[in-house]
Ligand binder design. Structure first.
Ligand code: HEC
Length: 220
């Protein structure tokens, strides 16, 4: 007999019919179980969606709630982005009433000078040289030489101008505003003053103890 014939008999009832029924029942339970699991999964997913789709606007999305059709509200006049309120003219431009100032916006301590020295050696010495003579490595390799910090014109330039040159660049020197933070620019300016003093000080300008030390060294 063929397989078809057998199943035909099984489906026709009697003992075989029961076998047929039990065979059908097993997949049914599996289906029920699957449905329960699926339903559970869907409801769990539903909770997640609740958290994801929130009653709020994404940036720049339109809204029918406000008459101007925008979801974001116009800013109150005079609003300033956090960290952008630069009302301290000296600190941010190196000027007082529009003129370069020869003073620092905060007291310069030894620590500030050390920080200035470190920043100067990293960012400025490649052109200006470690002592500020304008003979840095890049210049020795062909870059246009900057003026020495020790010439009278630069010595008489107010520190506010140094700050401004670092901030805005000048001639072939590009801006350092994106690499050197505002206060660090002032610390570098202070260090330039220290460099100028280091090359142009007279013996009498030294504190007595240092002067005596130098004289003692000289005698040895
Ligand atoms: C890539 C080379 C280069 C680097 C690096 C560089 N400079 Fe200069 N700097 C120059 C040149 C060139 C000039 C002359 C610019 C001009 O007036 O044409 C100059 C000019 C200056 C002056 C004189 C401005 C004046 O009053 O005429 C100062 C001060 C100065 N630089 C400070 C700095 C400081 C501080 C740094 C580090 C943050 C720095 N520079 C980094 C090339 C450089």
């Amino acid at each position: 007999m063929t397989r078809q014939g057998k199943s035909g008999i099984a489906a026709s009832g009697g003992l075989d019919g029961r076998v047929f029924e039990t065979r059908k029942c097993v997949p049914l339970r599996v289906w029920t179980l699957l449905c329960v699991v699926l339903f559970g999964l869907i409801s769990v997913e539903g909770c997640r969606l609740d958290m994801h789709i929130q009653p709020r606007y994404d940036p720049d999305s339109p809204s029918s709630f406000f008459p101007d059709g925008r979801s974001e509200r116009p800013m109150v006049p005079g609003t300033v982005a956090r960290g952008h309120l630069r009302i301290d003219e000296l600190l941010y431009t190196g000027k007082i009433n529009g003129k370069f100032a020869n003073l620092f916006p905060f007291p310069i301590t030894k620590k500030d000078l050390q920080r200035g020295q470190q920043r100067f050696n990293i960012y400025c010495s490649p052109c200006h040289g470690y002592a500020g003579d304008g003979d840095g490595m890049i210049v020795r390799r062909g870059f246009p030489a900057p003026p020495s910090y020790h010439n009278a014109k630069i010595i008489n330039t107010p520190v506010g101008k140094y700050f401004s040159v670092m901030t805005n660049g000048q001639g072939t020197m590009y801006s350092y505003a994106d690499r050197v933070a505002v206060k660090d620019r002032w610390r570098i300016a202070a260090y330039i003053r220290a460099l100028q003093l280091s090359q142009n000080a007279t013996l009498n300008e030294l504190p007595t103890s240092e002067r005596l030390k130098l004289l003692a060294d000289k005698e040895q």
